[in-house]
Design a protein around this ligand. Structure first.
Ligand SMILES: Nc1ncnc2c1ncn2[C@@H]1O[C@H](COP(=O)(O)OP(=O)(O)O)[C@@H](O)[C@H]1O
Ligand SMILES: [Mg+2]
Length: 249
């Protein structure tokens, strides 16, 4: 069992925003420093989900966000994750304000829930600390001078590329064993730090058993990431990787 990092979550504490790490497709991630009553400090990443729909020009700017997000139709992802109450299902189907709110909350909570499961299963994911009100706090990967680069931007040697690929496959085996497809796997959603791959960005993760298209998402992830490694000169085969993963279901 991995040890759980100590975060000052239950004691009174103050948070100071140290600035933006990155504005991604759907979220802005900031570095936050938390100081406890006794003066102890820790740093973590705070992911703030961007509004799924921009209602008026300047809304994002007004919220302090630098760049607009693309609205992703998540109907396909939601399949198999039905709302229990019929009132909620109707609201989502009609996309009423309440329905949109439900979806947003679910999206945020979903990422936290999946990452918690995968962290416990031993996957290399930042430790999911807490979520609420469209923000998700998680372990920060990086140091005082820089955040961990996305795999895409990390300058890996040939030996490191081989190592990274092996770690990605090992990680995917854990993800599929736990019954999920990442759903948006790419060299942008993997970080490379201290010779280690970190999987991030799970809001769209799919429950394979509950979603008929689940394996299609796994295949798409595998094709995407194998394509990137091939482009970097590695002799890898997406079909072989996919077949291997099926043994871990
Ligand atoms: N825990 C973390 N530590 C360091 N950087 C992170 C962390 N989480 C996210 N990032 C950075 O923020 C970017 C956006 O986060 P991500 O979860 O991928 O959201 P999005 O849906 O916006 O792509 C990542 O690509 C990465 O560069
Ligand atoms: Mg991302």
């Amino acid at each position: 069992m991995r040890s759980i990092p100590t975060w000052l979550v239950s004691e009174p504490c103050t948070d100071v925003d140290l600035g933006v790490i990155k504005t991604g497709k759907e979220a802005q991630v900031n570095l936050v420093q938390r100081t406890g009553a006794d003066g102890t400090t820790c740093q973590f990443a705070r992911k703030r989900y961007l509004p799924r729909e921009v209602k008026f020009k300047g809304q994002l700017e007004a919220l302090g966000v630098q760049r607009a997000s693309t609205f992703v139709n998540d109907v396909q992802y939601r399949e198999g994750r039905q709302f229990r109450k019929s009132r909620d299902r109707r609201a989502v189907a009609q996309m009423s304000t309440y329905g949109k709110r439900l979806l947003q909350d679910r999206w945020t909570g979903h990422e936290h829930e999946i990452m918690t499961r995968l962290w416990k299963a031993g996957l290399s994911v930042p430790y999911p600390i807490a979520y609420g009100d469209d923000v998700f706090d998680l372990e920060y990967i990086g140091d005082d001078t820089q955040a961990a680069p996305q795999l895409n931007a990390a300058r890996l040697t040939r030996v490191e590329l081989d190592e990274a690929f092996a770690q990605v496959v090992a990680g995917l085996r854990i993800v599929i064993r736990e019954g999920f497809a990442h759903g948006d796997l790419s060299a942008y959603n993997l970080l490379w730090w201290d010779d280690r791959i970190w999987f991030i960005d799970f809001p769209q993760a799919v429950d394979i058993a509950a979603n008929l298209a689940g394996l299609d998402f796994v295949r798409r992830d595998v094709v995407n990431i194998c394509g990137w490694f091939q482009h970097k000169g590695l002799d890898v085969d997406a079909d072989d990787v996919f077949d291997d993963l099926l043994h871990f279901m």
